[in-house]
Write a protein that binds this ligand. Structure first.
Ligand code: NCD
Length: 310
């Protein structure tokens, strides 16, 4: 396996992203075929998670098993690895890279994946780093949009929730910004507005966006993708306002009534209070489709890694 990392969306090319979409479609359509079994039978992949995860770790592990691969795992690394004895992330990663052919890493530090990739002798796949990036989530979100609309261009995306600390927002915007004609409305209360780095990026790249405090009818009418996120409580630190906050601009029945009939509602999950349960029955709600696509997209990411096509 070649030593190529997946650290952030910014360093992925549009060719790579399109090739992941294409391969995912093939895998999807061959779901029951044994074609991909054996692809990873000689590989050991480490899943090393310092932060909680349901979807990302289990969908990666499901993807690895579907490819016939083998897994070693540290599920609760901040408590169960040598980190508790004072070992640095660098030393832990150097060690695990002697045992595995690739490392899938989730960590609470923004620069964890960068640090890990600087010392690892095998590919690092960033499975979420602090509030910075979550590139494989962006690939599965992007694929879900592509699958639904048949294109990844000229989409108007409305993002709601914790735009300050939600890493999936950053990675998905960076991904969509690579394709032409995509535009954005960012909806959040004042304490959860996006970081300046993203605002400057959009201005620099001439990408059209607006910022609002709540979902209004005009926004909902022009929206193709309504992308909701939860408040990232674990990243509030000692910010009391953040810790005490509940979601504003909740997606409920009244939003459904005003939302463009051709729009889709997405969420990286887990959801807390930002989407009412009643929304699940609406055909525009596709967040559990994202969950399912996560396995196929991650199979494609792993297969490309082995092919060394990035
Ligand atoms: C997201 C994450 O971990 O950033 N979850 C996920 O991977 N599907 C979103 C979140 O935790 O809010």
């Amino acid at each position: 396996m070649h030593n190529k990392h997946i650290i952030d969306v910014q360093s992925l090319t549009t060719e790579y992203i399109r090739s992941i979409f294409k391969l995912t479609q093939e895998i999807h359509s061959e779901e029951k075929s044994p074609l991909y079994k054996g692809f990873f039978s000689d590989k050991i992949i480490a899943t090393v998670f310092y932060e909680p995860s349901t979807r990302t770790r289990l969908s990666f592990e499901s993807a690895i098993y579907r490819l016939g691969g083998n897994i070693i795992t540290v599920e609760n690394a901040s408590e169960s690895s040598s980190t508790t004895k004072g070992e640095t992330l660098s030393d832990t990663i150097k060690t695990i890279s002697s045992y595995a052919d690739a490392i899938i890493l989730r960590h609470s530090d923004d620069d964890a994946a960068i640090i890990a990739s600087s010392v690892s002798s095998v590919p690092i796949i960033n499975a979420g780093a602090g509030k910075a990036e979550h590139p494989t989530q962006a690939l599965l979100d992007g694929y879900t949009i592509y699958e639904h609309f048949g294109t990844i261009e000229n989409i108007h995306v409305t993002m709601v929730g914790d735009l300050l600390r939600g890493r999936t927002i950053y990675s998905l915007v960076y991904l969509l910004a690579k394709f032409s004609g995509n535009t954005f409305t960012f909806v959040s209360s004042v304490n959860f507005k996006m970081r300046d780095e993203l605002r400057s990026f959009l201005i620099q790249h001439n990408i059209s966006f607006e910022e609002k405090e709540c979902l209004d009818e005009e926004t909902l009418q022009k929206t193709d993708v309504l992308y909701a996120t939860r408040i990232q409580k674990e990243r509030c630190g000692d910010d009391k306002v953040c810790l005490a906050s509940v979601s504003t601009c909740v997606i409920d029945e009244s939003v459904l009534q005003k939302l463009n009939p051709k729009a889709v509602i997405m969420h990286p999950l887990p959801r807390v209070d930002e989407i009412s349960l009643i929304v699940d029955a609406d055909p525009r709600a596709i967040y559990f489709k994202q969950v399912k696509n996560g396995v196929y997209v991650r199979m494609a990411i792993l297969m490309k890694l082995k092919e060394n096509k990035i």
